[in-house]
Design a protein around this ligand. Structure first.
Ligand code: SF4
Length: 224
């Protein structure tokens, strides 16, 4: 198998890959069974929930979506929904007007262009309105177990501190992580890093003293 290149075209050394594997293993030990906190029963529900989860907590989304999916179970139902009714159902998640427009637009595109079935390929998913690479990666990794790495603010911060990437652009960070991390770990990696970023490698107050990656971490501001 050809070695994967980083965003800058370089190829990680075997020592760099071994170090990344140790980081990946430490995160897997810490969060063995992690998955998204969003409740969903199908790729469609995960996609809609992920769109609604912008700027709010997963708990808020999980409180709103049962009512939404009971009233509008599938793409066809939502594509034909009265926007005001949808707005009321997701009001508590904030930005409800924009989110209503997004999920109805998404449903319409899935019905009109994909026969009512959520696509399961990255190149197609990112053509859907309101679906960026991060959302598509979450969907593919979570709902299908595909080797994708979603890069959010936690993945960006923690990967940089650990010295796994020097990039700041999410697409380049994803490429760097895929170059160095073992492929079987990719589909769980984002969720593990996100949880680690929340409970240990916090943006403002990282708990370096209790961090299992303290010795390997390359962040100059880490504190024992
Ligand atoms: S040592 Fe501190 S900065 Fe480094 S990964 Fe751990 S918590 Fe984050």
């Amino acid at each position: 198998m050809a070695a994967r290149t980083r965003a800058d075209g370089s190829i990680p050394t075997s020592a760099e890959r071994a170090r990344a594997r140790r980081i990946s293993d430490a995160l897997a030990d810490r969060y063995p069974d992690i998955s998204t906190a969003l409740d969903y029963r199908s790729p469609w529900e995960l996609l809609v929930s992920t769109v609604i989860s912008a700027q709010t907590t997963d708990e808020n989304v999980n409180r709103a979506t049962p009512g939404l999916f009971e009233r509008f179970p599938g793409p066809e139902d939502l594509a034909n929904a009265n926007p005001e009714e949808v707005e009321q159902l997701i009001y508590s998640t904030g930005y409800y007007r924009q989110k209503t427009k997004s999920i109805i637009g998404l449903a319409t595109a899935i019905v009109d262009d994909h026969g009512g079935v959520v696509p399961d390929e990255m190149d197609t998913l990112v053509t859907l309105p309101g679906v960026g690479r991060k959302t598509a990666s979450v969907l593919l990794a979570e709902a299908h177990g595909r080797p994708e790495i979603a890069v959010d603010t936690h993945v960006k911060r923690v990967s940089g501190r650990l010295g796994l990437t020097a990039e700041t652009d999410p697409v380049k960070i994803e490429k760097d992580l895929k170059a160095v991390m073992p492929k079987p770990a990719w589909h769980k990696l984002s969720m593990r890093i996100i949880q680690f970023g929340r409970d240990t490698c916090d943006a403002r107050s990282p708990r370096c003293g209790e961090c299992p990656l303290m010795r390997t971490c390359r962040w100059p501001d880490k504190r024992a």
